[in-house]
Design a protein around this ligand. Sequence first.
Ligand SMILES: CC(C)(COP(=O)(O)OP(=O)(O)OC[C@H]1O[C@@H](n2cnc3c(N)ncnc32)[C@H](O)[C@@H]1OP(=O)(O)O)[C@@H](O)C(=O)NCCC(=O)NCCS
Length: 214
Amino acid sequence: MRVVIFGTGENSAQAWHILLHQADVEVIGFLDDDAAKHGSLHFGRPVIGGQEHFASLRAQHAVTHVLVAIGNNAARRSTHEAVRAAGLALASAIHPRAVIDPSARIGVGCIVEMGVFVHPEVTIGDGVFLGGSCVIAHHSTVGHHALIGGGVVFGGRVTIGDEALIGVGVAIQPHVSIGARSVIGVGSAVIKDIPHDVIAVGVPAKVIRSLVAS
Ligand SMILES: CC(C)(COP(=O)(O)OP(=O)(O)OC[C@H]1O[C@@H](n2cnc3c(N)ncnc32)[C@H](O)[C@@H]1OP(=O)(O)O)[C@@H](O)C(=O)NCCC(=O)NCCS
């Protein structure tokens, strides 16, 4: 499978190192919307150009899949839409040292770092980033394009909305829901439901700000 990675930041480094473990994947280059990077090398591969190249990747480079490796959830979602519109498939990068129960369902276009545990009956959406050593406990659901930071621990039956960002080391009580696009600060303990489009922090986590412009 010939793959291009979209993004040249830290997220792309994670993706690159994970894909090195996948013998059936050949990364032929990178794309990035920062024109200053075009023509340079990243991990020894060319930065071909920006999103405008999606349409020609198949014909010019025999590329079938794009792995979108950018940390911003909304940007990852819109880039996925552009990849699909160009008739390409979304690649995932799943570290071989992640443990995923066979009963769990994982969408396309996900990045799963080393040491992640995904327990039975979990549902993970498309374009989700699971940071190193996080634990997604049984019957939990993670919405599309959410980002779960390293070391996050879920109790069972937790629900995370689309594009939510759960900061590094957060603990989430069983059965709790976190709304779409909300952000939970590093190290927080979430013991009650958190609405959509807010920032919540602390132990226990409390809402400190809305993310909706007033
Ligand atoms: C929550 C977060 C988004 C807040 O960022 P911010 O909007 O810039 O907010 P500020 O740093 O101005 O902090 C606002 C207040 O919340 C407090 N606060 C911020 N993060 C906190 C946390 N994790 N726990 C407790 N309090 C926190 C600050 O001390 C400050 O309090 P004050 O007003 O009394 O001084 C950010 O701290 C964070 O945790 N981001 C997540 C990063 C992450 O883990 N990404 C995943 C990478 S894989």
